[in-house]
Design a protein around this ligand. Structure first.
Ligand code: PYC
Length: 308
């Protein structure tokens, strides 16, 4: 058993919450961040649930466990997790971690490297508090993939990697507006379930656990693995979309792209090309809104969170 008090700082990035765990986290011993996630998952998964699930959190909260980086050039290591599991990378979360470290005075405006389980991202804290990050190489795996939904509806979309796996479709069942969140959630969830059933996966059979409904103009809607929608435009989702736009010749290297999310908040993005690979850069802003100690009391029947 480890400590029963966990120090956290909460923030939101374009509306999407991040809870940064500063201390009291599980004593992960593995060397690489990728191995540490597996240790977290297999040995301390109830800690994940305690931090982000009700009654302390909500389905929308993404947790960010700060840890020693394996790569000494990095300012921190970070493992992102949510109501059902773990994320490879998290764009809004990266912006939230940078804002949190700035709030604590641990980083100053300038460039910093964060190590994640899927690679190192370079974060720039701007003097006005905005944050940009250069993400991991992103790419489209498959274009124009057809998915059959109930009611003989065929949906066409792209499978792309932006730090997590996405199915991205322009095909929306209704206007992509906040007032249609329930309908968009049901539709995206149908897609999410249909993908594995129809043998559609990311590289190496990886599960596609994020669905992005993204018409050519206007807001997007991103459904996260635990059926919660992203309040922000989704950093990894925007990265995956930028990779697709570049592959289609609709976006040039260095050209600015503005992606509004379902709340109308915006991430600005662009790509650069190195060694033939596409590297997205995303810019946004997070606001710190709480400093707290989570208390884990053994007598509490929901000490480890409410888990389905
Ligand atoms: O911003 O990359 C992101 C993200 C993934 C899941 C929720 N937000």
């Amino acid at each position: 058993m480890y400590t029963t008090r966990i120090s956290v700082i909460d923030s939101h990035t374009a509306g999407e919450p991040t809870r940064v765990v500063l201390s009291g986290g599980p004593p992960l011993r593995s060397a690489s961040l990728a191995d540490r996630v597996e240790e977290f998952r297999s040995e301390y998964d109830r800690f994940r649930s305690a931090v982000v699930n009700e009654p302390r959190g909500s389905d929308a909260v993404v947790g960010a466990l700060l840890c020693e980086p394996f790569d000494p050039t990095c300012a921190t290591g970070v493992i992102f997790f949510n109501n059902v599991g773990y994320l490879g990378m998290c764009g809004h979360g990266t912006i939230g971690v940078a804002a949190t470290l700035a709030h604590l005075g641990r980083i100053a405006p300038g460039s910093h490297r964060f190590e994640t389980p899927v690679g190192v991202v370079t974060v720039e804290l701007h003097p006005n508090g905005e944050v940009s990050f250069d993400s991991v190489a992103s790419y489209r795996l498959a274009k124009g993939v057809e998915v059959e939904l109930e009611g003989s509806r065929t949906v066409r979309g792209d499978v792309a990697w932006g730090g997590n796996w996405f199915f991205i479709t322009e095909d929306a069942p209704c206007p992509v507006e906040f007032s249609h969140v329930e309908q968009l959630t049901d539709y995206a969830w149908q897609l999410r379930r249909a993908l594995p059933a129809q043998g559609i996966t990311g590289s190496g059979g990886a599960e596609i656990d994020h669905i992005e409904v993204s018409p050519p103009t206007g807001r997007n809607f991103v459904l996260c693995p635990g059926r919660s929608y992203d309040r922000s435009p989704c950093g990894t989702g925007t990265s995956a979309k930028l990779a697709c736009l570049y592959a289609d010749g609709k976006l040039a290297a260095g050209q600015l792209f503005r992606q509004p999310g379902i709340l109308g908040t915006v991430f600005e993005g662009s790509v650069s090309i190195r060694d033939g690979q596409i590297f997205p850069r995303i810019r946004g802003r997070a606001y710190v809104n709480s400093e707290a100690q989570l208390i884990l009391d053994d007598a509490d029947p929901f000490v480890w969170g409410i888990r389905g």
